[in-house]
Design a binder for this molecule. Structure first.
Ligand SMILES: *Cc1c(COP(=O)(O)O)cnc(C)c1O
Length: 455
């Protein structure tokens, strides 16, 4: 066996040519999306008013294991993929751990995160359908940036509703999106009916992903030639993000490495769902076993403290109902700095896997996350996104446990992006002004009480 390099790359021949649909191997399929009026499963023709046709097919397909990646998308992927799988030798040394730590780094593109993997796919299908443009929400701005890049590449119009707190905290993100030709509106806005309603009920709200989704959906469904696209949560997004896991697995297999645990941060669940896909597939088929750990912020703990129930995907209650671990669609988390992890619910694929005991979840405090981010930045050289740093924190904790027990475990974690636009958050941390708001049981209960009544 040759020496394992710092960075494992794949050759063009070794690159995945198809996305893997984890749902095909799940015995208990994720629960279907329901029509909010009738509580019947959403029909393709109902979804086609909101989403592109090809994406509706992918969304509803629980049986096809592989979807060929279209040539044009493979061509786009070549600009920034494969992403490296890095052996964190310096971090291991710093921690003094016998554990072997690897991270899959998705921050090597201008959008700064994994989100481009699905953005290009969704924009491609919109273009193929002959649409004029797409609308979307963005929280921290990574998804909006990724979608703007994909739309600019394909010549599609892009309207982004950006959660107000991020719009204000991250003005440079906004300008990157505008550089790529997108229009960016802070949400909630007075431009939509649902935005006006939310502002009337919650004056001065800093917004949430749920609000921004409602606005983007309203604009898509009332504007000719537009559809809505979503950067996470949906099963189609996890499908596209499987490229992360497929590359990771191919790189590990190349050197005969078998991970003991796979760790990822979880907002809506797309990077984690993508990273774990082929590994979870083996686990579901009984071919291998892995510990799989989802890490979420203590301020927005949907898996660890949420309810597994049907809920709206958005605050304005215009979207279909999805069965997921949720804090309630009216839950507006404290304005913490990991904006990309502030969603109230979790992918229904991951929710089902978690409910079936096939993966673990844990939540971590914001200040601990930034401490881990700083440790990582100083030894590995990469300035991590706060979202990604949730995974770093737990990877470090697990590596330190190995130090105590002397076990040489192999840890793989997803480093989803870079944190250059998060310097206000880093500043708060350095100045000792960062807080760790954790919702009380009473606050969560008040939100659960408003979950839709199912019969
Ligand atoms: C959006 C984002 C996340 C969280 O989204 P998921 O859909 O849960 O993957 C994590 N890290 C970064 C850098 C992000 O931009």
């Amino acid at each position: 066996m040759s020496q394992i390099p710092y960075k494992i790359y794949l050759t063009e021949e070794e690159m995945p040519k198809a996305w893997y649909n984890l749902r095909a191997d799940m015995k208990n399929k994720p629960a279907p999306l329901l029509n909010p009026g009738t509580h019947e499963p959403m029909k393709p023709e109902e979804l086609a008013g909101v989403f592109c046709e090809e994406l509706v097919k992918q969304e509803l397909d629980n049986t096809t294991p592989y979807f060929d990646i279209p040539e044009e998308i493979l061509g786009f992927y070549k600009m920034y993929r494969p992403s490296p799988l890095v052996r964190a030798y310096c971090l291991e040394k710093k921690l003094g751990t016998p554990a072997k730590i690897y991270y899959k780094f998705e921050g090597n593109n201008t959008s700064g995160s994994h989100k481009l993997n699905s953005a290009i796919a969704q924009a491609y299908y919109a273009k193929k359908q002959g649409l004029k443009g797409v609308t979307t929400e963005t929280g921290a701005g990574q998804w909006g940036t990724a979608l703007s890049m994909a739309c600019a590449y394909l010549g599609l119009d892009c309207k982004v509703y950006m959660v107000k707190v991020s719009y204000e905290q991250k003005p440079f993100r906004r300008e990157v999106m505008r550089t790529y030709g997108a229009s960016v509106t802070p949400s909630p806005s007075m431009e939509t009916e649902v935005g006006k309603k939310i502002l009337a009920e919650h004056p001065g709200t800093t917004g949430s992903l749920g609000c921004a989704i409602s606005e983007a959906v309203e604009v898509a469904t009332t504007t000719e030639g537009y559809r809505y696209v979503l950067g996470s949560v949906l099963s189609q997004v996890l499908l596209h993000q499987s490229i992360i896991g497929l590359e990771t697995k191919a790189a590990l297999d190349k050197y005969g490495i078998k991970p003991d645990m796979i760790i990822g941060c979880a907002g809506g669940g797309s990077n984690l769902g993508g990273l774990i896909a082929p590994f979870m597939g083996e686990k579901l088929r009984g071919e291998a076993d892995y510990r799989i750990i989802a890490v979420e912020p203590a301020s927005c703990p949907s898996l660890t403290r949420g309810k597994y129930a049907y809920d709206f995907c958005d605050t304005g209650m215009v979207c279909p109902l999805a069965k997921m671990y949720t804090l309630g669609c009216g839950f507006i988390p404290a304005p913490n700095h990991a904006g990309g992890l502030r969603y109230h619910g979790m992918s229904s694929v991951l929710s089902q896997l978690y409910d079936d005991g096939l993966m673990e979840a844990t939540s971590v405090k914001q200040t601990d996350v930034f401490e881990a981010a700083e440790t990582f930045a100083r030894v590995e050289g990469i300035l991590p996104a706060p979202e990604s740093s949730h995974a770093i924190k737990v990877a470090i904790d697990e590596a330190l446990k190995c130090k105590e027990t002397g076990e040489e475990k192999t840890i793989v974690f997803g480093l989803t992006g870079t944190g250059y636009f998060d310097m206000v958050a880093y500043e708060k941390f350095h100045d000792g002004q960062m807080t760790d708001y954790i919702p009380t049981d009473e606050e969560l209960q008040a939100s659960f009480d408003k979950l839709p009544k199912m019969d």
